[in-house]
Design a protein around this ligand. Structure first.
Ligand code: UFG
Length: 340
């Protein structure tokens, strides 16, 4: 074993945090990324090989060069709204891409995979807390592609001897606690990065998508998981499947829910900025509540989230936003002086 792990999407938000965690745990992460949404500056803990997962020739070349023992598969298009408008891109990149990756892995005898799935596979929740055996009825093309990718991995595992951990993330958020990396998206659509942009003066206000949900303050509830805790879950999953030849499908979340309004209030408290909001209609396809039952991950992997309280999540996102925008103490002082 050479401890090398091929990380597809290693230049992306979660992939780059996973590379840092892999290196800290004695692995050699090799990022394979087409840079369609990732950022090459976030690849710091191992080499970057630029390539597309649909390009089997290039993938084979990289695999023959590094001989990875396992794959962490993050490369994926992830925007729900976009998937409704451009389903063909989602099926091509996500489903066909995973098909190519599995075939190259199989031909090159790579028998371990950790896969980045999503709570989107559950669709509209039928329970307050969602366990892994909740019905799988995705409600948008993004969710359909994630479920198809999961099923493909399970079918290949059964027929071709592959050990896997499918991790269904709830709402990944926050940034590296030492401030080295953070969100890498070229276009932000997620609530916390958008709130940080408003706080830093990059946007005027944020729309609240729905204030008539059946929750105490009328806004939708999500289970926010710190990206560093999420990365750690990948390391534990990789070790687990290596030791036990296991095949796992696990939720990764905290089991506590926060409303959109809770997140806005926390962002105001941490950033000490007013953060104007505008109430708007519900966003199509948004469930009112998505909270994980993550007991299995805690039990099987001995996984314990350390940074996933809302205050730490938002503080780390704010630290990253300030670094990204050069909004350090001096420029903040200047900005305030100008505002007065
Ligand atoms: N929201 C707003 N305003 C915004 C952005 C988001 O009010 O400008 C709200 C959303 O409506 C939602 C909550 O904030 O209620 C969180 O939204 P995000 O866009 O941050 O995240 P999602 O819950 O939509 O997305 C997550 C994962 C996806 C997954 C999806 C399943 O990031 O990968 O859950 O529903 F597909």
């Amino acid at each position: 074993m050479n401890n090398t792990v091929l990380v597809t999407g290693g230049a992306g938000y979660i992939g780059s945090h996973a590379c840092k965690a892999l290196a800290a745990n004695g692995y050699n992460p090799v990022s394979y990324d087409n840079l369609c949404s990732g950022n090459k500056d976030h690849v710091r803990w191992g080499p970057l090989e630029i390539g597309d997962i649909r390009n089997q020739t290039r993938l084979t070349q990289v695999i023959k060069l590094y001989r990875p023992e396992a794959i962490m598969h993050f490369a994926s298009l992830i925007r729900v709204g976009e998937s409704v408008i451009k389903p063909s891109e989602y099926y091509d990149n996500n489903v066909f891409g995973t098909f190519c990756l599995l075939n190259v892995a199989r031909k090159n005898d790579i028998r371990k995979m950790v896969f980045s799935s999503s709570a989107a596979v559950y669709g509209t929740p039928e329970a307050d807390i969602i366990a892994e055996d909740h019905p799988l009825r995705p409600v948008n093309p993004y969710g359909h592609t994630k479920l198809a990718m999961e099923n493909m991995i399970r079918d290949y595992a059964a027929a071709y001897n592959l050990d896997y951990a499918i991790l269904r993330y709830f709402n990944a958020a926050g940034a590296d606690m030492s401030g080295e990396i953070g969100t890498a998206y070229k276009v932000d659509t997620h609530i916390i990065p958008l709130l940080m942009r408003v706080a830093s003066g990059d946007m005027k206000e944020i729309g609240i998508f729905g204030t008539d949900y059946p929750s105490p303050d009328g806004t939708a509830i999500r289970d926010y998981i710190h990206v560093q805790d999420l990365a750690e879950a990948h390391i534990l999953a990789l070790r687990h499947i290596g030791k036990r030849n296991a095949r796992l499908t696990l939720n990764i979340g905290t089991s506590s829910g926060h409303s959109v309004q809770d997140v806005v209030d926390m962002a105001r408290r941490i950033t000490k900025r007013p953060i104007p909001t505008r109430s708007g209609p519900r966003r199509s396809g948004d469930p009112h509540r998505l909270v994980a039952d993550a007991a299995q991950a805690r039990k099987l992997l001995d996984w314990k989230p350390l940074y996933s309280d809302l205050q730490t999540i938002v503080s780390s996102a704010w630290q990253w936003q300030k670094k990204k925008t050069g909004l350090d103490a001096t420029s903040e002082a200047i900005r305030y002086a100008r505002a007065i």
